[in-house]
Design a protein around this ligand. Structure first.
Ligand code: FES
Ligand SMILES: [Fe+2]
Length: 348
């Protein structure tokens, strides 16, 4: 399997929901972020509803994120012009006797935003809002303990997603923390549908895979492992060790060219041991994230230097290839029933 792909972010992704910020990050002050290369300001109305619009004052182009929130409006820091959540100018403090904001025809471009499960999600305004699907619901189960990690990196969003679905790298990049030398053949059933790729791994045994940290607590049970990619930018990675459960949600948001924000949320449920193991998992996750980040940034640097990708895949890359295809071409709107199933076996 060979592939040569230009480095680009397909435009159709903008119509899908991406995480703009963590809910807890958006407080009283306006907050700046970038979405597909565009500056965006987010703020909350009096009732707490989040609002997003282009972060550029139409008067003299100061970032609105430098301003203040006044009621349900945002006020520019330069000359105090105010804008409502539809992006319309509602006040020009230093106006002439006959000058009224009603005469101003411009409107700041706004975005669709929704707050759900502790994230503020953003998407382009397109289509009929009544027919629009909400972001996938990901409630935080009370039996689990949860934590969030967020970072920005210079790597294409699809490379980050592929990395999350790539089991083979864990034996090398995370050796000792999470898997060690490939020691057993595992079977993976991969199902691709219209807007997702689900890969279920069977036959992995903790004793052989050398997951020292968790083995003690989980009684050497076989691991059940499912990776899911949900278009456009979300992964869910589940591990079950008997009744114990570890789930990772990872969301990528394209910022400026080459820069991507990564939002990781991890939930763990190890019964009686949950509290005790929480700081251990937190520490391991931070280390794992750091290791992946170093790999991804170096991979991206090489691709950028060479001007294109030239990948030569092996069987262990099957789910990443299916993910990448969906990411690039988008959901098959005219074939909602589309389905592909692959069974692969490789050493892990
Ligand atoms: S630049 Fe914003 S009010 Fe003048
Ligand atoms: Fe990794």
């Amino acid at each position: 399997m060979n592939s040569e792909d230009p480095i680009s972010i397909p435009n159709h992704l903008r119509d899908g929901w991406h995480v703009a910020v963590l809910s807890k990050e958006l407080r009283k002050k306006p907050l700046a972020m970038e979405f597909f290369g565009e500056p965006v300001v987010l703020f909350r109305k009096r009732d707490g509803t989040p609002v997003a619009m282009q972060d550029r004052c139409p008067h003299k182009n100061l970032p609105l994120s430098m301003g203040k929130v006044r009621g349900d409006q945002i006020e520019c820091a330069y000359h105090g012009w105010q804008f409502n959540c539809e992006g319309r100018c509602t006040a020009i403090p230093c106006h002439g006797p006959a000058e009224r904001t009603g005469k101003l025809r411009f409107r700041i471009p706004t975005y669709r935003v929704i707050e759900q499960d502790g994230w503020v999600w953003i998407k382009d305004i397109s289509g009929n809002p009544l027919e629009e699907k909400l972001p996938r619901s990901l409630p935080r189960d009370k039996n689990h303990r949860w934590f969030d990690i967020k970072y920005q990196t210079i790597a294409s969003p699809d490379l980050i997603l592929e990395n999350g679905m790539d089991s083979a790298h864990t034996c090398f990049v995370h050796r000792g923390l999470f898997r060690s030398n490939p020691a057993q053949f595992i079977n993976v059933v991969i199902r691709g549908t219209n807007d997702r790729v689900v890969a279920e791994t069977k036959g992995e045994n903790q004793k052989k895979s050398g997951e020292k940290d968790l083995r003690v607590l989980t009684n050497k049970k076989e691991i059940r492992h499912v990776d899911e990619y949900h278009y456009p930018g979300s992964l869910q990675i589940d591990y079950w060790f008997g009744k114990s459960h570890l789930v990772t949600h990872l969301h990528v948001t394209p910022n400026d060219t080459g820069k991507t924000s990564v939002y990781i949320r991890m939930g763990l449920q190890f019964g009686f041991f949950t509290r005790a193991i929480y700081p251990v998992i937190w520490l391991i996750t931070r280390k794992v994230v750091k290791q992946d980040r170093a790999i991804l940034e170096n991979q991206q640097r090489m691709i950028s230097r060479m001007g294109k990708r030239s990948f030569h895949h092996s069987l262990a890359d099957m789910s990443a290839v299916m993910l990448s295809d969906l990411y690039k071409s988008g959901p098959r709107a005219n074939k909602p029933e589309w389905e592909q199933e692959e069974n692969v076996s490789f050493k892990l």
